[in-house]
Ligand binder design. Sequence first.
Ligand code: ATP
Ligand code: MG
Ligand code: MG
Ligand code: MG
Length: 564
Amino acid sequence: MSTQHVQRMSRLLAKTLREDPADAETLSHRLLVRAGYVRRSSAGVWTWLPLGKRVLENVSRIVREEMDAIGAQEVLLPALLPREPYEVSGRWSEYGDLLFRLKDRKGADYLLGPTHEEIFTLLVKDQCTSYKDLPVMLYQIQTKYRDEARPRSGVLRGREFQMKDSYSFDVSDEGLAHSYALHRAAYQRIFERLGLDHRIVSAVSGAMGGSASEEFLAPARAGEDTFADCPSCDYAANTEAVTFALTPVEAEHGPLEEIPTPDTPTIETLAAHLGVPASATLKNLLVKVDGEIVAVGVPGDREVDLGKLGEHLAPAVVELVTAEDFADRPDLVRGYVGPQGLEKVRYLADPRVAPGTSWVTGANKPDTHARNVVCGRDFEVDRYLDVVVVEPGDPCPACGSGLALDRAIEIGHIFQLGRKYADAFGLDVLGREGKPVRVTMGSYGIGVSRVVAALAEQTADERGLCWPASAAPADVHVVAAGKAVPLALAESAATALAEAGHRVLLDDRPGLSPGVKLTDAELIGVPWILVAGRRSADGVVELQHRATGTREELPLAEALTRVV
Ligand code: ATP
Ligand code: MG
Ligand code: MG
Ligand code: MG
């Protein structure tokens, strides 16, 4: 092992704070700020200080190694992107307020990339002309921009954040399945190496267009996702997918289609649009067009999750049916509103809805509705119209045992896109038979900066951060608990550890009590803490293992061999 650097705390750009930042809602947010890893620049935009940057680099390195290992090639595309390709894919408008848009001096439209399917498709179109050029897998670790509605929780949900995004290009469905499987396995290795407890859940079922998609979730209280977990078999799914698993779709009708409706109106704007008084009776509602019920929405606190329904249905007459209309049928529509708006809704059968009627439903995915939901096909009439609610104890679709519901952080997402972008951009290569073949794609993301927060969430304790060795900003934190002899011993310990190949943090700050230094060391959360204190004259140090809290007094030479 090569000699490592000793980072002196006396020179380190980071102040630990005794108090939690006022706006911090989650454990990782509080601790990463207090321990001097990150500083807020503006809402959802963060500066990474030296310790934070090291953790971010460790995560990036592991991601990079595992992506390289499956044969993916690293590139770096711009974050500043022209409007045109996103116009072609439809996402310039579909993204709504999530997109950071800007103009150059000539008035041309640009955006800051939220994800790069369009640009990678164009890159491959430019570079690959024959089936011999494929398959190809490309990735980048790059800054992404999304103007998130609720940029809270520190780096868990940033408006500027680091993502590893990769894209696979194949000529056949089997090829795509293989590229997808490679990514899935690489993601498992990445999260295992990071020591991150994670579950793979089906994200969107075949009902949403036939593409396979899975999310990697890190169970944590601060998580914004809910997932159903079967205690008896290995079934796990986010609440959206479990819904469709419970309500199989038959082939003779068109596929369900998602309509992004990002500009969720308030009760006031919806009421104004519909020309009805805005009042509390707007709770639980059905929308009728020309007398026929076409949509259901359950507003949250002061929000209606009907999106731009009125516009989609224009110029039909939209009639609002309020809860009062169902005063005698309290079971008819029931809703549940979670932290991200409408999460789960159970629509019970309305006898006035005929089987075969096509619906728009409120979706259990924020800012989205599902179009072409067919009553009697997707939902059994006389039972639930939309079994979107998953409650603890609901039967597991795989084995029938009672499901548990847990909170988790989405740390990765893998997706078999199919030919959606290849169709939009005409991405063909010359096939084996000399005819053009349409390329099929996958896209795969890991929230590199979010993973740092997820690790903090899962491992921290009441004393502070507690990094797994693979992510930690150093291997060992040497504390000089005293001047003169203890400081000299700490210095020689730090040098010896660095020469043995360990990354060392040395608390050589003058004028601080041993108690303060130890509290800081525990807050910073490096795996080993080596204290040179009272017994320094005898060459004895205290070695603390941060995660287990075990402490031992040992001669320095022996302590050095314990640090792994
Ligand atoms: P979320 O549901 O949390 O908003 P997403 O589904 O919109 O995430 P994807 O488009 O799937 O995110 O992006 C791939 C990965 O990027 C996510 O799995 C997540 O780890 C990360 N990510 C997405 N949005 C953010 C954000 N605002 N801040 C930090 N990481 C993010
Ligand atoms: Mg999102
Ligand atoms: Mg998501
Ligand atoms: Mg996702």
